[in-house]
Design a binder for this molecule. Sequence first.
Ligand SMILES: Cc1ncc(COP(=O)(O)O)c(C=O)c1O
Length: 282
Amino acid sequence: MSRIAYVNGRYVPHREAAVHIEDRGYQFADGVYEVTAVRGGRLVDEERHLKRLDRSLGELKIAQPMSHAALKFVCREVVRRNGVRDGIVYLQVTRGVAPRDHSFPKDAAPSIVVTSRRTKGAPQKSVDEGIGVISLPDQRWARCDIKSISLLPNILGKQQAREAGAYEAWQIDRDGNVTEGTSTNAWIVTGRGELVTRRADSTILNGVTRLAILDIVARQGLTFVERPFSLAEAKEAREAFLTSTTSFVLPVVLIDGEPVGDGRPGELTRKLRAAYAGQIEQ
Ligand SMILES: Cc1ncc(COP(=O)(O)O)c(C=O)c1O
């Protein structure tokens, strides 16, 4: 089945899909995106993704490209046309095409691109045995709450992690606290059994998976706290894990090469992954 992309009102063969060279996404990374998981042909947590898309667009004063109903229709259609049952939908909206000038163009219409592809998710070995992260300074801007397509520090960090044989890089702020991974949120379980993740302020992206896990935690009556935690605290933690649309919940068993807890996936991590998997497979 050949791949199909949606570009500004048209479904086109993926290999021919293109935007203009003066699209502000291409020129300035002046745009936002969402990645939504597809399970059994269904979009996981679609409402939360749309809500976050609205917020990102609003913060950057980019016009809504279309109604939620139309967006849902297009996403479903792209999933269907690509024959995706388990995978992702990628949706990007930029400020549109205009002669290159830093200030906002007056009459540009937002550009929208939607693609979808099958993905396998994290390898089973990573789920069973856990993964390693490295730490590095958080070099990003002050509005990490916006899901902007401007991802240079994130890709440099991820590449550094890959070159170090790690799955992810945890970014560290000036106070020595973990903000988040380059494409994932960060969590620990302290020695006292306290589940901790950073509060969703402007220093992190408020992950849709993060919110889904917080819901599960609240429903199960587990105690948790949203507060900053330091790299040192993470290294001393009983358990650590990360969350994202594509990784779900993955145990972190090594930080900078040092084992977390007994160096194996933690019990709470496993329980939360199972609960989340159960929820999205429904
Ligand atoms: C910087 C960053 N943090 C966290 C996440 C996790 O967010 P979500 O659970 O919505 O995928 C992402 C996802 O791409 C991300 O880019």
